[in-house]
Design a protein around this ligand. Structure first.
Ligand code: MUC
Ligand code: MG
Length: 367
């Protein structure tokens, strides 16, 4: 069970259609495949999606920090030394996606070594999650058409609508159009990626007061401390902290400070080990949790569902598991399939996912 080496392989797969939101846009999955090898001949895998506009990481930076700092720090440790691994990675500040991918590849390798699923190792509550689909910025007609397609093709009935543009009526009209088109058949919530001010957010939420939203997420910046508290105190739906609450300490600060009342857990930035801590904290604080998506590929989505399905709290709400549908291809030998609005855990040890060597050779950028 000893870690012998770690690889960080940059790859790029174009999106069929870019995802656009208030803090940025993504045209290609320029991610990093992380492989952790052990002396038993086992390889654990995970992927790191850089999101410079949210966490400051780049694809080149992720490869560099893994190759130059993390790999030498954890080579020689056992897969069971996860707290030691975490403590060594924590010596470097930031780099959440790089750390998360190393952590998840270690868990995958452990599952494969023990011949059990990662989701069972974590908690084993259920084997599937309902899926929530993220609707990026587009015209009202295109966003309604995308929701129709997701319902018809995949049975998805929960939608997170990206908002945060100006004037606010641009986005509130789209949420209204979705509600008018689908009535009570769909669950809707909104994510502003910090695009609005607190006052604009309050106005938008008033405009949407009759639309039966489930949540509002990160509508304005958490750094606008008083404005955000003022906003959250007047809402009658839970306010999700996403990019403002990456670590368990951030969650504590945002929640106790009145700047949020629910949280998003993203395995892409907290891996499995830190996400467990955040989950336990949320349970103790009595918070709603949504499993979020950092615009993950199929391997990242397999990680999200493995974690989300492991606990009652994280599997209660639909998880954001469908961004990979917009990619033109992926690296896995067996594609993930969303059926009847659900994504099931992969069968097989670890994460149950295998990399197709031909696809990796085609999309990798280091050769
Ligand atoms: C989300 O929930 O905000 C957009 C940026 C990012 O890092 O994740 C996405 C989705
Ligand atoms: Mg968000």
């Amino acid at each position: 069970m000893k870690i012998t080496s770690i690889e960080a392989i940059p790859f790029a797969i174009p999106y069929r259609k870019p995802l656009k939101f208030a803090s940025g846009e993504v045209h290609a999955a320029e991610h990093v495949l992380v492989r952790v090898h052990t002396d038993d001949g086992i390889t654990g895998i995970a992927e790191a999606p850089p999101r410079p506009f949210t966490y400051g990481e780049t694809q080149t930076g992720i490869v560099a920090v893994i190759e130059q700092i993390f790999a030498p720090q954890i080579a020689g440790l056992s897969l069971l030394d996860r707290e030691v691994i975490g403590a060594r990675l924590a010596r470097t500040v930031g780099n959440p996606a790089a750390k998360a991918a190393v952590d998840m590849a270690v868990w995958d390798a452990l599952g494969r070594t023990l011949d059990v699923q990662v989701t069972e190792l974590l908690g084993g509550f259920t084997d599937r999650m309902r899926v929530s689909h993220m609707l990026g910025f587009d015209t009202p007609e295109a966003m309604v058409a995308e929701a129709e397609r997701m319902r018809e093709t995949h049975g998805i009935s929960t939608f997170k609508v990206k908002v945060g543009r100006r004037p606010v009526s641009l986005d509130t009209a789209i949420v209204r159009a979705l509600r008018e088109r689908f009535g009570d058949e769909v669950e809707l919530y909104v994510d502003g990626n910090r695009g609005w001010t607190a006052a604009e957010s309050a106005r938008a939420m008033r405009e949407m007061a009759d639309l039966g939203l489930t949540f509002a997420e990160e509508l304005c910046p958490a750094d606008d401390v008083l404005g955000r508290r003022w906003l959250v105190s007047q809402l009658d739906v839970p306010f999700i902290a996403d990019e403002s609450a990456v670590t368990p300490a951030d969650v504590t600060r945002e929640i106790l400070g009145g700047s949020a009342t629910a949280i998003s857990i993203k395995t892409a930035r907290t891996g499995f080990t830190q996400s467990q801590r955040t989950h336990h904290l949320a349970e103790g604080l009595g918070l709603e949790v949504v499993m979020g998506n950092q615009i993950d590929g199929q391997l990242g989505s397999a990680c999200t569902v493995a974690f989300g399905a492991a606990y009652q709290l994280t599997s209660r709400r639909a998880g954001e598991l469908s961004n990979f549908l917009d990619m033109s291809d992926d690296l896995l030998t067996e594609p993930l399939e969303i059926r009847g609005g659900e994504l099931a855990i992969r069968p097989g040890a670890g994460l149950g996912a295998e990399i197709d060597p031909d696809k990796l050779a085609h999309y990798r950028q280091d050769r």
